[in-house]
Every structure is written in C-alpha cells, then in structure tokens.
Design a protein around this ligand. Structure first.
Ligand code: HEC
Ligand code: HEC
Ligand code: HEC
Ligand code: HEC
Ligand code: HEC
Length: 234
C-alpha cells in the first residue's frame, strides 16, 4: 500500500517551517490587532447634530439629554421630541432640522413619524456587563470615559474601550474620581474645582492637589472597584 505521508525529511522541514511562519503570523497579527487596529470610530449620523455646539457652546449638561445614565445601566439617546422643544422655535425651517420635524412634528408637511436612526458608536460585545449608574453615582464622570465630547462636532468612540482600559481604572480609580455634582459636567477640571472650593480632609488638612482630592474621595466613599472576572462577565 502506498504511504501517503512517507517519512521525508524535506517535507517535514517544510511542515515545521510552515508552522513556525503561522505561529509568527499569529503573534504579529495579535500585536497589530491590539496596538493598531482599533481605529477611532466616528460614523456619519443621519442628522448633523453637534455636541460641540450643544454641550460646548450652549453649555448643556450631559444629563440634560442623557438623563437615564444616572438611574439605569444605559445612558440612552434623547427622543426627537425633546429636540423640538427648542427647535420648534430655533431654526425651525433649517434643512438640517427638517429630519427632526419629519420624525416628530405632526404639523410639518413632510411628517412621517419615522424615528431618526442614529448610528451607535460605543458598543461592547454581548459578553461584558457595563452599568452607567454604578459609575456616575460613585464619582466617575462622562468625560472620564467618553473624552472631551463637548469639543466634538461628531462623536468619536474612545480608541481603547477594551478590558484593559476598564481594569486600569478599576485598579487605580483615585485620579478619576470627582465630586458627585460634577459627574455630568461637560467640562470638569479638578484644578479649577479646587480653586473655587475649599475642601478639608477628615483631619482638617486643606486639600490642594487633584490627586489629594481623588484619594480623599476614594477613602470617604470607600471606593473599591472589583477586578474579579465575575464583576463584568456573568
Ligand atoms: C442636546 C442633547 C444632547 C446633549 C446636551 C448631549 N448629548 Fe450626547 N447625544 C445626543 C444625541 C442626539 C446623540 C446621538 C447622535 C450622535 O451620536 O451624535 C448623542 C450621542 C452621544 C454618545 C454616543 C452614543 C453611542 O452611540 O455610543 C455619547 C458617548 C454621548 N452622546 C455623550 C455625551 C456627553 C458626554 C455629553 C456631555 C458632554 C452629551 N452627550 C451631551 C444628544 C445630546
Ligand atoms: C436648549 C435648546 C436646544 C435643544 C434642546 C436642542 N438644540 Fe439644537 N440647537 C440649539 C441652538 C441654540 C442651535 C444654534 C442655532 C444657531 O446657530 O443660531 C442649535 C443648532 C442645531 C442644529 C444646526 C441647525 C442649523 O441649521 O445650523 C442641529 C442639526 C441641531 N441643533 C439638532 C438638535 C438635535 C438633534 C437636538 C436633540 C437631540 C437638539 N438640537 C436639541 C438649541 C437646542
Ligand atoms: C466608566 C466609563 C463610562 C462612564 C463614566 C460613562 N460612560 Fe457612557 N458608555 C460607556 C461604555 C463602556 C458604553 C458602551 C456600553 C455597552 O455597549 O453596553 C457607553 C455607552 C454610552 C452611550 C450609548 C447608548 C447607551 O444607552 O448606553 C451613551 C449615549 C453614553 N454612553 C453617554 C454617557 C453619558 C452622557 C455619560 C455621563 C452622564 C456616560 N456615558 C458615562 C462608558 C462610560
Ligand atoms: C472591569 C470589567 C472586567 C473585568 C473585571 C474582567 N473583564 Fe474580561 N472583558 C471586559 C470587557 C469590557 C471586554 C471586552 C468586551 C468587548 O469586546 O466588547 C472583556 C473581554 C474579555 C475576553 C474576550 C477577549 C478580549 O480580550 O476581548 C475574555 C476572554 C475575558 N474578558 C476574560 C476575563 C477574565 C478571565 C477575567 C478575570 C481575570 C476578566 N475578563 C475580568 C471587562 C472585564
Ligand atoms: C475611569 C474609571 C473607570 C473605568 C474606565 C471603568 N470603571 Fe467600572 N467602576 C469604576 C468605579 C469607581 C466603580 C465603583 C466602585 C465602587 O462602588 O466601589 C466601578 C464599578 C463598576 C461595576 C460595578 C461592580 C463594582 O465593581 O462595584 C462594574 C460592573 C464595572 N465598573 C464595569 C466596568 C466595565 C465593564 C468597564 C469598561 C468597559 C469599566 N467598568 C470601566 C471605575 C471605572
């Protein structure tokens, strides 16, 4: 009977070389994937809504539109009706506002009632659990995770919203903690906060630096984010 795989050293050499090449490709591919292949995601939206204008120039707080974030796991996208509260009066005839009126203004000749289909930007795959409320009620602000949204014309997803990013903060939360009334501020700086507020720790010592403030809040609220697998993977 013919041997299908004769003990041929040459062939074996090629086999091993192919395996080594494959392993190298995996390792390099892995490094490439982790370091470079998570581009910032900035999709075009069906309405040219600008956070820079609304949260930046007009100084609306993040929870003016995403109020669900403080009481549920999701932050939610505002209903188009809430936009018309202003846009019935502000630029109602602008072509940029027309899609909002088509969706939610029954008086508008082009009314369809079809909701605006915003493109989702931040989304974890199904196997990790995330909760907005658990962060906002414990001193982590929107901009700590989503970046300077009030400076963005169009929303960009954080480049590294991966497990390592969650864990880095869970292991060392103090530098990110801020007073609870500041978690939904569109712009927060601990240094500015300390210039306008005088805060003393338990022993009456004045708090001077952002890190002292973070460490103080961590102790005062007994902040201890979990790092065991089951905290985020059920
Ligand atoms: C006037 C209402 C309004 C305000 C104020 C506002 N947002 Fe939004 N936000 C929206 C709308 C509408 C969308 C969906 C369209 C888009 O992505 O631009 C959105 C989308 C987002 C998204 C992306 C959601 C996704 O798909 O992943 C993030 C993150 C976000 N907002 C954060 C913030 C933060 C942080 C602030 C405060 C600095 C803020 N928003 C203030 C209306 C608002
Ligand atoms: C608190 C009032 C207010 C709310 C609520 C509000 N806007 Fe605005 N919006 C403004 C103002 C003010 C402007 C700038 C008007 C100007 O340029 O003169 C504006 C401008 C815009 C423009 C640009 C219009 C143009 O022709 O330049 C768009 C698009 C827009 N808003 C979408 C939205 C959407 C979508 C929502 C709901 C998620 C929303 N706005 C909620 C006040 C508001
Ligand atoms: C600790 C980090 C963190 C903080 C703080 C945070 N977010 Fe998020 N946000 C995320 C992550 C992660 C997702 C994706 C969640 C998912 O896919 O389950 C997300 C999703 C969103 C979305 C998409 C839709 C939804 O309903 O979840 C919006 C809008 C949003 N965040 C707005 C905000 C606003 C506004 C604040 C402050 C009030 C805020 N976020 C605070 C990490 C954060
Ligand atoms: C603080 C939250 C958190 C903790 C704690 C955590 N994970 Fe994750 N994990 C995540 C997130 C977020 C992702 C990415 C989900 C996605 O891709 O959208 C992830 C992804 C993963 C993946 C998929 C591969 C990857 O890297 O994307 C595996 C496997 C995993 N985690 C295992 C673990 C194990 C084992 C532990 C305990 C040692 C652990 N995780 C602890 C949040 C966490
Ligand atoms: C900037 C800091 C920061 C980031 C980034 C962050 N977290 Fe957290 N997380 C915290 C803090 C602070 C708490 C509150 C801990 C407490 O209550 O003692 C918390 C609490 C949680 C909880 C509730 C369980 C617990 O530990 O008490 C979950 C679940 C969680 N985080 C998941 C995630 C996931 C998943 C991500 C990434 C997608 C993430 N977190 C990113 C700071 C962060």
């Amino acid at each position: 009977m013919a041997n299908i795989f004769p003990p041929n050293t040459n062939k074996r050499f090629y086999g091993i070389a192919a395996l080594v090449a494959l392993a190298a490709a995996f390792v390099l591919g892995g490094i490439y994937y982790v370091n470079f292949s998570i581009p910032e995601y900035e999709p075009v939206q069906p309405v040219r809504f600008s956070h820079k204008l609304h949260a930046g120039d007009l100084k609306m707080s993040c929870t003016a539109c995403h109020s669900a974030a403080q009481r549920s796991s999701r932050a939610g996208i505002p209903d188009t009706k809430s936009c018309l509260g202003c846009h019935q009066h502000i630029l109602p005839d602008s072509p940029l506002i027309a899609p909002l009126r088509e969706a939610a203004d029954p008086q508008y000749p082009g009314y369809t009632g079809e909701p605006v289909r915003w493109v989702m930007v931040n989304r974890l795959s199904g196997h990790a659990y995330f909760n907005h409320m658990a962060h906002l009620n414990r001193g982590i602000g929107c901009t700590s995770c989503h970046g300077d949204v009030a400076g963005m014309e169009r929303i960009r997803a954080p480049r590294d919203a991966r497990m390592q990013w969650c864990l880095d903060c869970h292991r060392n939360p103090a530098p990110h903690l801020r007073p609870l009334e500041e978690t939904a501020s569109s712009r927060y700086s601990a240094a500015d906060y300390l210039r306008t507020h005088s805060i003393r720790d338990g022993e009456g010592k004045s708090i001077q630096t952002p890190l002292q403030l973070g460490n103080f809040l961590k102790r005062q609220w007994k902040i201890q984010p979990k790092t065991d697998c089951t905290a985020c993977h059920h």
